[in-house]
Design a protein around this ligand. Structure first.
Ligand code: FES
Length: 346
């Protein structure tokens, strides 16, 4: 059974802070990958499997920028070429371990596990809300969820669950989330937007913005399936004087296996940018939020049974964006040649 994620897509492999001199072993799209940083600072990604007897290269060691296998001592250059075999002078011609294109722009290290020649044709999505001079202050975190990546994409494209799962975050004068204003679909992305009527602030909103709880404000919420690998949600508290307090939840969803997903979470805000207390508050709040979501998504995954079992869901209006996103992802999977994926998995 083919997995339901496209290979010809940039995925987040790690945060910039996770990759250093030491080896980082991570399964991505069910492929074992070894990541490390060369002495020049560039990130190397290679298959975490020695070409001699399939020993994990991550269990070996570094010799300068080379990777030395921990079994018989074969060593590899950062481009994957076999450089040394301790037991003989000659090298098998053309012997190399597979390496993968990498693109790093903090906070994310992106990887391309698809057809190598296609990587340059599709640059990774832009995430321009990180770092000095951008107007945003950020926190980030890496999580893992025992559920298929599309369950996560769908979950965050329909936030009507908040009344049941996270009622404490809902502004006090909002009883029901208004219908989506708009669902916009392009060939590879889906976005939705929703406006909420004026309401006083929820306690968390008052806490992070420093505004009194009886402040009346409207809210704009936008969610975007940027690619199968990236979801961006925008939440803005808009005041009568025209000012806005904006919050972004940026999530890289990278399948670890067909049934589990790495989540690379970045929270960015335009307010209280130098306030560590607010940063800690939001980090904790969204960490707890993600954990509660994980419990539900893992329970759903456990009900889906075999990976090939067809879905039997019915959809309602609030699912519009999620349904379109799933269709885009599945179209991308269908577009990829079966032979490529089959070869790849051998
Ligand atoms: S398995 Fe790596 S050198 Fe033998």
């Amino acid at each position: 059974m083919r997995p339901n994620y496209p290979f010809n897509c940039w995925y987040v492999a790690a945060t910039s802070g996770e990759v250093g001199e030491d080896f980082l072993a991570r399964r991505l799209l069910d492929v074992p990958v070894l990541l490390y940083r060369r002495s020049t600072g560039e990130v190397v990604a290679m298959e975490d499997r020695c070409i001699h007897r399939a020993f994990p290269l991550s269990a070996g060691r570094r010799d300068g920028d080379r990777v030395v296998c921990g079994y018989h001592g074969f060593s590899y250059e950062p481009d994957g070429c076999l450089a040394h075999v301790p037991s003989q002078e000659n090298l098998p011609p053309g012997a190399r371990v597979r390496t993968y294109p990498i693109f790093e722009k903090a906070p994310f290290v992106w990887i391309w596990l698809g057809e190598p020649g296609a990587a340059a044709l599709r640059p990774p999505p832009r995430v321009p809300w990180y770092g000095d001079g951008t107007g945003w202050a950020s926190t980030d975190e890496v999580l893992k969820v025992g559920a298929n990546y599309l369950l996560l994409q769908e979950h965050y494209l329909d936030l009507t669950d908040v009344f049941v799962m996270h009622p404490e975050v809902v502004p006090p004068d909002i009883d029901v989330l208004p219908a989506l204003d708009e669902v916009e679909v392009s060939e590879r992305s889906v976005s939705y937007s929703r406006s909420m009527p004026p309401s006083r602030l929820a306690p968390w909103e008052a806490d992070v913005t420093g505004l009194p709880e009886d402040t009346l404000a409207t809210r704009r919420e936008e969610g975007r399936f940027v690619t199968p690998a990236l979801h961006v949600q925008h939440y803005s508290i808009d005041l009568d004087d025209g000012s806005a307090h904006e919050l972004l939840r940026i999530q890289g969803f990278t399948p670890e296996t067909p049934d589990s997903t790495h989540v690379f979470l970045q929270m960015a805000r335009t307010y209280a940018k130098d306030d560590e207390r607010v940063a800690d508050f939001l980090r904790t709040m969204f960490h707890d939020w993600a954990l509660r979501d994980s419990v539900v998504l893992e329970a759903i995954q456990s009900r889906l049974g075999d990976r090939g079992e067809p879905r039997r869901d019915i959809n309602v209006k609030a699912d519009r964006a999620a349904v379109r996103a799933r269709r885009i992802a599945m179209d991308m999977v269908d577009d990829e040649s079966g032979s490529f994926v089959l070869n790849w998995k051998l």
